[in-house]
Write a protein that binds this ligand. Structure first.
Ligand code: ADP
Length: 386
């Protein structure tokens, strides 16, 4: 909550001058709502009053308290919107103090929770597939670092490692095994506030996972509904690479809010990405956009970008498929070290977080747009459970 107190006389003076000139209405709930109509969500292109974001307006003398509910705690423009709310209300005659409280929708849905108490997804808002056409493009690394980056925004995050035949999330996170149950639900281990589940948590040593397609899909089904995910803003699924039966089945059962496609810039990777895009389109899963991983390398000393795997592949694909390019992640030796050791990606001051942060912000924004175009993402869960 931000409390604007003790505004300097200078600023007050300026504000007063402005009011006298513009002759704004005197203070009432209606004038506050009217003022807030000037605050426009930059992604949804509508004002926050029309979007129904303004939940409460209280006037106490010259103090205005407003509660604004944004779509997600990961909203990258939340501070900017808050400031705009404060500024717009301060322009109203008679206002001396504004308190804007930002809230985020609770994903708790009591009626359904009671009805479906054995379904671990009951309080999960958005399930996102992180997929690639090809293996080795850095899909799991990107999924884990997206999760870390989202968790830093105070969003509640979980990851399902559905890469059944090559699970890497436990290595990337150093997560332990689940040791407890909550009724019929498995309690997932947590690393840096991220809940994680992977097939390798249930296997013995280095034994290969010999699972036929339907068994593998069934396992992912259990990861979705048989795990005590609790309240989550984002549940990421690290998909197996490719576009076979397993990927189709997961897309069918997961009630996905959207899919993020990871690629590298070479033609060979891009060809398979087109198949992944086509698969999600056929399954009517909205595609949030494309992340180009290993886009370039900046060597020590010269600060020049070296495009080792060609340049512009992701951009071209995004353009041709009409999808957003969510960002470019450089080749960074630290990523390999962090991945192999399960370290947080900027725990040693690497420059990389900025590129992940930019990609994460874009994912959040594009998903908010998709959700607003389709009603709330949660609607799909009630459909899935009928
Ligand atoms: P996938 O899930 O697509 O098979 P992984 O996430 O397992 O790929 O990554 C494959 C390898 O590439 C790992 O060793 C990982 O550390 C490395 N890697 C991924 N992204 C990057 C990057 N941006 N820079 C450097 N190494 C990367």
């Amino acid at each position: 909550m931000s409390i604007i107190k003790g505004i300097s006389d200078k600023i007050r003076g300026k504000r007063q001058g402005h009011k006298d000139k513009t002759q704004l209405n005197s203070l009432s709930e209606a004038t506050v709502y009217e003022a807030l109509k000037s605050v426009v969500d930059p992604d949804l292109h509508k004002d926050i009053v029309s979007l129904g974001f303004v939940k409460k307006v209280e006037i106490n003398g010259s103090i205005v308290n407003v509660t604004v509910q944004l779509t997600t705690p990961a909203c990258p423009v939340k501070e900017e919107l808050k400031k705009q709310c404060e500024d717009s209300i301060l322009k109203i005659r008679g206002v001396n103090e504004v308190n804007v409280t930002l809230t985020f929708p609770s994903s708790s849905r009591p009626a359904q929770a009671a009805e479906k108490k054995n379904n671990g997804l009951v309080q999960v808002k958005n399930i996102i597939a992180v997929a690639s056409g090809k293996g080795g493009v850095g899909k799991s690394t990107t999924a884990m670092n997206l999760a870390r980056s989202l968790a830093r925004t105070s969003a509640k995050v979980g990851v399902i490692d559905a890469d059944i035949y090559g699970p890497s999330i436990p290595t990337l996170s150093q997560a332990g095994k689940p040791t407890q149950m909550d009724g019929e639900l498995v309690i997932p281990p947590e690393v840096d506030g991220i809940k994680l589940i992977s097939v390798s948590m249930f296997s013995q040593g280095d034994k290969a996972h010999i699972l036929r397609g339907p068994m593998a899909a069934n396992l992912v089904k259990q990861f979705l509904s048989g795990v005590a995910w609790g309240e989550l803003d984002y549940l990421l699924i690290d998909y197996p690479p490719g576009t076979g039966d397993i990927q189709l089945t997961i897309s069918q059962i997961a009630s996905l809010a959207g899919a993020v496609i990871v690629t590298t810039p070479q033609e060979l990777a891009l060809a398979d990405v087109k198949k992944a895009i086509s698969m999600f389109t056929t399954m009517k899963v909205p595609i949030i956009g494309i992340i180009e991983n290993m886009s370039y390398f900046i060597c020590d000393g010269c600060e020049k970008k070296h495009y080792i795997f060609k340049t512009g592949g992701g951009k071209k694909l995004a353009k041709n498929s009409g999808l957003p390019l969510l960002g470019e992640i450089p080749i960074e030796p630290y990523i390999v070290k962090a991945s192999d050791e399960g370290l947080d990606f900027d725990s040693e001051g690497s420059k990389l977080p900025e590129s992940y942060k930019q990609v994460t912000d874009r994912v959040v924004r594009e998903l908010a747009i998709l959700n607003s175009n389709q009603g709330l993402g949660l609607n799909s869960f009630s459909l899935a459970w009928k």
